[in-house]
Ligand binder design. Structure first.
Ligand code: PLP
Length: 405
């Protein structure tokens, strides 16, 4: 084989030449992280309020998490699900402790977790109707995001995500978020479940109200539907409670989670309540990698630190002052920053215009943030963030707003 004429050592060139172009990536190569900070290949430091899109719950390279992964890597990394491993059993026990009586299935990502929920809905439909293919519909929300796999993508009514991939999985209908009547009128004999994000992340930080969630619960009870909550982005402590739905006092039948659960190591999971926990049987669902000893060691380390360092209390304690300072900016720079919304460390700045130039300007000033639907800038600090770093984020945002005023 002939040698390439140019030996490429530059990361940007390597991406240009060899990586699929499905992302409009920032011109930034990150090489190191510690806590809420990351460094690029030129030695510049950034405050990371992306947390890898709500993933690095403990920030980067938390020593307890790193030690747990190192220890497990030295012992046993992978077994497949043909055998048991103590870590998977223990992580399932801990998650059941947070969600309530039920069972956990482990996978590797949010998309896979949502896919498992959608298969659960089908199994419930078969049990409910007594027939295959009769009761299979799932009602979701407009502006939802449930991942990129065929089921989740079909449950995500956005042209940019679905275009090019027809025909989609049939059986999805879409109500307006927080409009219970619009969900109720979609229910028919073929409906098996309702699936919503407790707080829409990609759609622009749109929370379900408590009344809406409780109303969905009632609707599901009336029609024997499963209430399934996608907590892939808003779960695992991000809003100051372990699951975001807790504050509404609602009890779902099933939950999808991922992102923060591994603190940066890929892992996803669904919790299924007792009512339908027996629907999955040997052979009707599975995964080679889901719930490896290593992934579960990472998950256990996240929960250990979250509990020992009282991170949920800290999120709740530190949030109000941060939100207050951000809201002051929306008063001062009202023509650019319209509103601030969200909970805990899942916060959206509703901008008046396309946020891309702001995201770039914030990066230049040392703050990494993520854009979301409908002109929103998402702020997703790690749960270990300090009050000082929250204050610093406000000052950087202030400076960028002032420069663009
Ligand atoms: C609510 C929600 N569900 C599902 C997903 C898909 O997760 P993953 O990218 O891990 O497949 C995401 C990812 O952003 C998400 O925010």
């Amino acid at each position: 084989m002939s040698q390439p004429s140019i030996i490429r050592t530059n990361t940007a060139d390597l991406y240009d030449a060899h990586v699929v172009k499905n992302y409009a990536r920032a011109a930034l190569t990150l090489v190191r992280g510690k806590g809420a900070q990351v460094w690029d290949d030129a030695g510049n430091r950034y405050l990371d309020f992306t947390s890898g899109i709500a993933v690095s719950a403990l920030g980067h390279c938390h020593p307890h998490w790193v030690a747990a992964i190192q220890r497990q890597a030295n012992e046993l990394i992978h077994t497949s699900n043909l055998f048991r491993h103590p870590n998977q059993g223990e992580l399932a026990r801990r998650l059941v402790g947070y969600a309530g009586p039920g069972r956990v299935f482990f996978c590797n990502s949010g998309g896979e977790a949502d896919e498992a929920l959608l298969k659960l809905a089908r199994l419930h439909g078969v049990a409910k109707s007594g027939e295959e293919g009769k009761c299979y519909k799932v009602i979701c929300a407009k502006q939802a995001f449930h991942g990129r796999m065929f089921g989740g993508m079909s449950a995500t009514p956005q042209e940019k995500i679905q275009k090019g991939f027809q025909p989609l999985v049939p059986g999805f209908a879409f109500g307006a978020l927080n409009d219970l009547a619009s969900f109720a009128e979609l229910v028919d004999d073929q409906t098996a479940a309702i699936l919503v994000e407790t707080i829409q992340g990609e759609g622009g930080i749109n929370p379900c109200t408590a009344e809406f969630l409780l109303g969905l619960r009632q609707l599901c009870d009336q029609h024997n539907l499963l209430l399934m909550l996608d907590e892939v982005q808003c779960g695992i402590g991000r809003t100051g409670t372990f699951y975001a739905f807790e504050s509404a006092g609602v009890r779902p039948d099933a939950i999808a989670m991922a992102k923060g659960l591994g603190g940066g190591f890929p892992i996803g999971a669904i919790w299924v309540g007792e009512r339908c926990a027996e629907l999955f049987k040997p052979g009707n669902h599975g995964t080679t990698f889901g719930g490896t000893p290593l992934a579960c060691a990472a998950g256990l380390a996240v929960l250990d630190v979250m509990e020992r360092e009282h991170l949920l209390d800290k999120v709740r304690a530190q949030n109000p002052h941060w939100i207050q300072s951000l809201t002051q900016l929306s008063t001062q720079y009202a023509s650019q920053l319209l509103t601030v919304r969200g909970r805990g460390y899942l916060v959206g700045l509703q901008m008046a215009v396309d946020p891309s130039p702001y995201v770039a300007a914030l990066r230049e000033q040392g703050l990494l943030v993520v854009a979301a639907g409908n002109n929103v800038i998402r702020l997703l600090p790690p749960l270990i963030v300090t009050q000082e770093d929250l204050a610093k984020s406000v000052e950087i945002i202030r400076a960028v707003l002032a420069a663009k005023a």
